[in-house]
Ligand binder design. Structure first.
Ligand SMILES: NC(=O)c1ccc[n+]([C@@H]2O[C@H](COP(=O)([O-])OP(=O)(O)OC[C@H]3O[C@@H](n4cnc5c(N)ncnc54)[C@H](O)[C@@H]3O)[C@@H](O)[C@H]2O)c1
Length: 388
C-alpha cells in the first residue's frame, strides 16, 4: 500500500517578516501582541495535492482548491479541521465569531493585519461602528469603543468575552464626542495605557429628518456639532497623541525616492455618506447632508496637514445601511416603511440595501498596511447609488 510521502512543509517565507517592518522599527512600540511566525501546515489528506518534487510554495498544477488540515491540539476531527482554500496558505489557529461562523485569527495576508494595533472607534456601541469593532477585534486589535450610550448592546458584551481568543481586547467608554474635555481625557488615557494609538474610526453620528423650511437652528447646529465638530475633536486628540509619542511625530518627514517608504503613524477613517455627495431623493435632511459634505472637506484638510507625520486620513461614504439610524426613519413611515425601502432599493445598481456587516472589510483595510499609500481618499460604498 503506497503511503503519502511525509513532507516537512517549510514555514511561509513571509513568516520572518510577518511583523510589519514599520512596526519593528518603532523602538517604543509594544510588539508583545504580534503574532508568532507561521507554523507549518500538516500534510494534506490523500490524494495529496503536492508531491516531493512539487514546489511547495506554488499552487498545484490545476490550481484546484483542496482541503488542508489545520494543526490543532488534537481534540478536533479531520472534518472540523478541513478548510476549503487555495494551498498552501498557512492557517494555524481558528476561533468562533459572534454569529457562530468560523473565522481565522491569523493573517491570511500580513498586509491586512490589525493584530496588536490600538484602534479607537467612535459610535462603536451599535450599527456600522459595532460591525467595524467586531472585525477589528477578530483581527486581534485592541479596540476602544467610544459611545454616548450608557452601556453597549448584549452582542458587544459577548464580543468582549470572545476577544481573548483572537488575541484582541475590547473596552467600552461612555462619552459624548462633542465634549472636548471628555474626548481629550479619554483618548489620552487610551494612549497612556498602550503608549500608542494606531487608528481611529469616527462612526458616531446623528440624523435629523426635517424639512429645510422648518429646520430649527438648534437641531441644525446639533447635527453639525456631533457629525462634524465631534469627529474633528476625536481626530485632533488622536493626532496630538500620535505626533507627541511617535518618534517621527515631532519632525516632519523628509523622504527621498531612494529612502524606504516612511512608516505609517496612524490611520484615521471618517464616516461621511453618499449624502455628502448628493441630496437623497425625497428625504429632507439638509443638516445631515451638509454635515456629511463637511466630512469630505475635513478629510482632505486633515490629510494634507498630517501626512507629514505619517497620519493618513480617509473617509467612507456608505449608501443606505440597515441600522438603527435607518430603521427609525423607516418605522415612522406608513406600513413600516416598506414603500420607502422599495424605492431606496431601486435607486442603486445592486437593488438592495446594505447590512452593517458589509463594512467590516473596509475597516480592516483602512486600519492596516494594505492602505498604506491611501490618504485624502473617499471610499464610496453605495452599490452605485451616486453613480447613476
Ligand atoms: N445607516 C446608514 O444608512 C448610513 C449611511 C451613510 C452614513 N452613515 C453614517 O455611519 C455612521 C454610523 O451610523 P449608523 O447607521 O451605524 O447609526 P447608529 O445610530 O446605529 O449608530 C450611531 C452611534 O453613534 C452614537 N452617537 C451618537 N451621538 C454621539 C455622541 N455625541 N457621542 C458619542 N456617540 C454618539 C450612537 O449612540 C450610536 O451608537 C454615522 O456617522 C452615519 O451618519 C450611516
Amino acid at each position: 500500500m503506497s503511503s503519502t510521502p511525509t513532507l516537512a512543509l517549510p514555514t511561509d517565507p513571509r513568516a520572518a517578516s510577518s511583523t510589519p517592518s514599520w512596526l519593528l522599527n518603532q523602538s517604543n512600540r509594544n510588539t508583545s501582541n504580534i503574532s508568532p511566525p507561521h507554523a507549518p501546515i500538516t500534510q494534506p489528506t490523500s490524494p495529496s495535492p503536492v508531491t516531493a518534487t512539487d514546489s511547495l510554495l506554488t499552487h498545484p498544477p490545476n490550481d484546484k482548491h483542496v482541503h488542508y488540515r489545520v494543526p490543532t491540539s488534537g481534540t478536533t476531527t479531520p472534518a472540523e479541521n478541513a478548510i476549503d482554500c487555495p494551498p498552501p496558505m498557512p492557517i494555524f489557529e481558528t476561533a468562533t465569531s459572534l454569529n457562530g461562523k468560523r473565522c481565522m485569527t491569523d493573517n491570511w495576508w500580513p498586509d491586512f493585519s490589525v493584530r496588536g494595533k490600538v484602534i479607537i472607534v467612535t459610535g462603536g456601541a451599535r450599527g456600522l461602528g459595532f460591525a467595524m469593532v467586531e472585525a477589528l477585534v477578530e483581527g486581534g486589535a485592541h479596540v476602544h469603543a467610544l459611545d454616548l450610550l450608557p452601556s453597549p448592546l448584549p452582542a458587544f458584551t459577548q464580543l468582549q468575552t470572545l476577544a481573548p481568543q483572537y488575541h484582541g481586547t475590547l473596552t467600552y467608554h461612555t462619552l459624548d464626542i462633542t465634549s472636548p474635555l471628555a474626548v481629550t481625557f479619554t483618548i489620552s488615557g487610551i494612549a497612556d495605557q498602550h503608549n500608542r494609538i494606531d487608528g481611529l474610526i469616527c462612526s458616531a453620528g446623528i440624523l435629523n429628518e426635517v424639512p429645510a423650511l422648518t429646520h430649527s437652528p438648534e437641531t441644525f447646529t446639533k447635527t453639525l456639532d456631533v457629525n462634524v465638530t465631534g469627529t474633528f475633536l476625536c481626530c485632533q486628540a488622536v493626532a496630538r497623541e500620535v505626533i507627541t509619542r511617535h518618534p517621527r511625530g515631532k519632525t516632519p518627514i523628509i523622504s527621498s525616492s531612494l529612502s524606504p517608504p516612511p512608516p505609517s503613524g496612524a490611520s484615521l477613517l471618517l464616516i461621511a455618506s453618499m449624502s455628502g455627495h448628493i441630496a437623497n431623493r425625497a428625504l429632507p435632511m439638509c443638516g445631515y447632508n451638509a454635515s456629511k459634505s463637511a466630512i469630505l472637506g475635513l478629510t482632505r484638510s486633515l490629510a494634507s496637514e498630517w501626512g507629514q507625520y505619517g497620519i493618513r486620513v480617509n473617509c467612507l461614504s456608505p449608501g443606505y445601511v440597515v441600522t438603527k439610524m435607518v430603521e427609525q426613519g423607516l418605522e415612522k413611515e406608513a406600513g413600516g416603511g416598506a414603500e420607502r425601502r422599495r424605492r431606496w432599493e431601486a435607486e442603486n445598481m445592486l437593488g438592495r440595501l446594505a447590512g452593517q456587516e458589509e463594512f467590516r472589510g473596509v475597516a480592516v483595510f483602512a486600519m492596516s498596511q494594505g492602505s498604506a499609500y491611501m490618504t485624502a481618499a473617499d471610499l464610496r460604498m453605495d452599490a452605485g447609488h451616486t453613480a447613476w
